[in-house]
Design a protein around this ligand. Structure first.
Ligand SMILES: CC(=O)SCCNC(=O)CCNC(=O)[C@H](O)C(C)(C)COP(=O)(O)OP(=O)(O)OC[C@H]1O[C@@H](n2cnc3c(N)ncnc32)[C@H](O)[C@@H]1OP(=O)(O)O
Ligand SMILES: O=CC(=O)O
Ligand SMILES: [Mg+2]
Length: 726
């Protein structure tokens, strides 16, 4: 295949494109988009010429500010921290910008799942077609399965998946009937007393065991059914904007336990899904990126397939169809069958050699992601696959790790340029702003204002944000242990300011005010107990790591009226920026030997457990047990926290280099043991000299010098080295 320079007749090209990427775009992506290949390539060429220098300047500005902040702290070592002086200093160096006057977000063409409805947001690594399809289909999920198969009600059973445990199933059914009584009560009586559900005169009629008939207290909540009216197979009810599917099949094990033959309660769960090209994947070269782009292409065209082996057989997983039903007017209608897909691009600091400048320098991978993922998104807007994803005709790009308004302005301009190249109307490409860097949090109103015509969400990515918190204040002193971070003033101020800022700009009525990930993947009882707090704090949506978690998190949206909460918070005061800027410095007396050792081991274990799979197997998101044996989702953001935390304690003498090395070796043995069942796993011990182990060590010892504490540079170098070894 020719390179771009060869493809372009006038030889004035300022970029060189990897032939594999060029071929993929020409042969697989562009056909059907209505975009002329020449226009795409010359547009990309011009875009990079325009934006690359601008981006480099913005990255230099990040470095300048961090260097100034480091120097400020170093000059004041041993002095009491002076918050007022610190604030003045941040204003002086341009870290804290000016606040814009009042404005309202004014974004058009946003799908209901984002602008009107409130429900879980799922995140999925794009590199697994199997998971990505599962995520897209996680719009609907079985509440019975989610409660039965997890620790939600009872400790997780070993027998799950084999023969039905009747007493466990009965507990689930009783629990769900209790939920239905709260969410969609009968006019009188309980769903647990209903022996049959039928449709009569366009309404739902529920017959009780005493023979009496009841309707729903809110009769209008019934929206449709499938199957015969006398014995419906599905009854659809709407509550807080979310659909509930009462499924009936008396011949199933669960249906047999229910006098009404109700076999499942299926919830509308992941309204939106972020298909992630960023922190949950390990894509370091064109060979990794093309399959990732191809998965996104398959999602946008509806052609993605994955073979799934289960219970001895193999099924082909594909995108779910919409759900057809008979509405209350007797007409055939449908409900969306798939989650609305959003795509997360990489951060502006990541470079790729898939495209080189004329000087042979790698360009910002975010530009290539933006160009390719939106080009792919055109399949949803035009041609034969139109409307499969966005009914409102938008492409939703989540932009991570931006630092303040100038960087958002670059993203806004970048998307405007892409719209010109693709012949799209202005603001078709929407932008989701991750509020996950300290400078973004401190300048969120200005950033939101810049994107007000295309922003569809702000989201508190508290994991990256915690890593940046530690890195920014690296020189200020030793920070509190990781677990204590959650109760620090900055974090409260950060979460609250994000909500108040979003509400103040009317974002809740046009898009989402989102909150972060539940990382304890298998602790569903804890999630049910705790994750509702994010909604009570004003979130429109919050992140979950799996489809099962999405179903269980949906419970919160039925229990809490998000719109009411947000109305109540509309005039809440904005916590002062000084609270946001208060560093989380530890009280040295509290850093006992036991606390320090356990904190170090915990950080080292999660770091090693994640890095070894990243480097040796190219896995970007893993479940890694913490020191208490609790499985936690680890991705690059959680790695950023661990590496920065250890580096901070090293810098301030809380721990020594020898202690870190000793912990690394001890924990490597443990991580090897944890992965003993994995035949593809390469142990780190006893040599402790493989690329994975060395990269993990570098991530600690070089953490201070990594721009903003990002881990991707060292990870990518390690992975590239590992790939070379074959
Ligand atoms: C800070 C941030 O940026 S957070 C955002 C980035 N993080 C993420 O995207 C996390 C997404 N979650 C995941 O990748 C996974 O859940 C992990 C890696 C945490 C755990 O994965 P596993 O150990 O394989 O999970 P587990 O064995 O419990 O479950 C596997 C099943 O759940 C499904 N599943 C798990 N997570 C997801 C998901 N996010 N989307 C879709 N399906 C999923 C799988 O498809 C599989 O089902 P299948 O056999 O029918 O295909
Ligand atoms: O991207 C999310 C985060 O928490 O970081
Ligand atoms: Mg993040």
């Amino acid at each position: 295949m020719e390179t771009f320079a060869e493809l372009k007749p006038d030889a004035s090209a300022r970029i060189t494109v990897d032939p594999l990427l060029a071929a993929f775009i020409e042969n697989e992506v562009i056909p059907g988009t209505g975009v002329d290949p020449g226009r795409f390539w010359s547009g990309l060429d011009a875009l990079i010429a325009e934006f690359e220098p601008r981006n480099r300047a913005l990255l230099r500005e990040r470095d300048r500010l961090q260097a100034e902040i480091d120097a400020w702290h170093v000059a004041r070592r041993g002095e009491a921290f002076d918050l007022a002086a610190y604030r003045r200093f941040l204003e002086k160096i341009g870290y804290l910008g000016s606040e814009p006057p009042h404005f309202e977000v004014d974004v058009q063409g946003v799908d209901a799942e984002v602008a009107k409805l409130n429900g879980p947001q799922l995140v999925v690594p794009v590199t697994s077609a199997r998971y990505a399809l599962n995520a897209a289909n996680a719009r609907w999920g079985s509440l019975y399965d989610a409660l039965y198969g997890t620790d939600a009600l009872l400790p997780k059973a070993d027998s799950a998946g084999h023969e039905l445990d009747t007493s466990r199933a009965t507990l689930v059914i009783d629990h769900v009937k209790g939920l239905l009584d709260r969410w969609i009560p009968l006019a009188d009586g309980s769903h647990s007393d209903v022996v049959s559900y039928r449709i009569a005169g366009g309404a739902l009629e529920c017959r009780l065991s005493n023979g009496e008939a009841r309707g729903l207290l809110d009769a209008a909540a019934f929206v449709g059914h499938r199957g015969p009216e006398e014995r419906p197979e599905h009854v659809y009810i709407k509550h807080h904007g979310l659909h509930i599917d009462l499924a009936f099949d008396p011949d199933t094990p669960s249906g047999r336990l229910d006098p009404a033959g109700m076999s499942d309660v299926v919830l509308e769960a992941a309204l939106t899904t972020i298909v992630d090209f960023e922190d949950s994947v390990a894509t370091v070269d064109v060979q990794d990126k093309i399959p990732a782009y191809r998965d996104w292409l398959g999602l946008m065209k509806g052609t993605l397939r994955a073979a799934v082996r289960k219970g001895g057989g193999e099924i082909e997983r594909r995108l779910a169809d919409d759900r057809s039903m008979i509405g209350t007017d007797g007409r055939e209608t449908s409900l969306p069958g798939r989650s609305l897909l959003l795509v997360r691009n990489v951060g502006q600091h990541v470079k790729t050699d898939m495209v080189l400048t004329k000087d042979g320098d790698p360009v910002s991978e975010a530009f290539i992601d933006a160009a390719v993922t939106t080009l792919i998104g055109l399949h949803d807007l035009r041609g034969e696959h139109r409307g499969l994803n966005s009914r409102a005709g938008s492409i939703y790009v989540v932009k991570p790790k931006m630092h303040g308004a100038d960087e958002v302005q670059l993203a806004v301009d970048l998307f405007a340029r892409l719209e010109e190249i693709y012949g799209l109307s202005s603001n078709t490409i929407k932008i989701g702003i991750m509020d996950e860097e300290r400078r973004m949090s401190a300048n969120l109103r200005a950033a939101l204002n810049v994107a007000r015509h295309r922003v569809f969400f702000i989201n508190t990515g508290f994991l990256d944000r915690t890593g940046d918190e530690i890195h920014t204040a690296m020189e200020a002193g030793p920070v509190v242990p990781k677990t204590t971070m959650k109760s620090q003033p900055w974090l409260r101020a950060y979460e609250e300011r994000n909500v108040v800022t979003g509400l103040n700009a009317g974002l809740d009525r046009k898009g989402q005010i989102g909150k972060g990930m539940w990382t304890a993947t298998d602790r569903m009882a804890d999630m049910i107990a705790q994750k509702g707090a994010q909604l009570r704090a004003g979130a429109s949506t919050a992140w979950v790591p799996s489809p099962t978690a999405a179903v269980l998190h949906a419970i919160h949206y039925h229990g809490i009226d998000v719109r009411d909460v947000q109305s109540g918070l509309r005039s809440a005061p904005l916590p002062p920026v000084t609270e946001l800027l208060t560093p989380s410095l530890a009280d040295p007396d509290r850093l006992t030997e036991a606390v320090v050792r356990s904190e170090l081991d915990n950080n080292v274990q999660s770091l090693l457990g994640y890095v070894v799979r990243w480097i040796d197997q190219g896995v970007g998101c893993s479940k890694v047990p913490d020191i208490n044996g609790i499985d936690l989702m680890e991705d690059r953001a959680t790695l950023r926290i661990s590496s920065q935390h250890i580096a901070n304690w090293l810098l301030h003498g809380v721990i020594s280099a020898a202690q870190v090395d000793e912990s690394l070796r001890r924990m490597a043995v443990l991580v090897d043991r944890q992965n003993a069942e994995d035949t593809a796993y390469i142990p780190m011990s006893p040599g402790f000299d493989g690329i994975a182990f060395r990269t993990a060590r570098d991530l600690i010892f070089d953490a201070r010098t990594q721009p903003n504490g990002y881990t991707e540079f060292l990870l990518a170098a390690g992975r590239a080295g590992r790939k070379k070894l074959g």
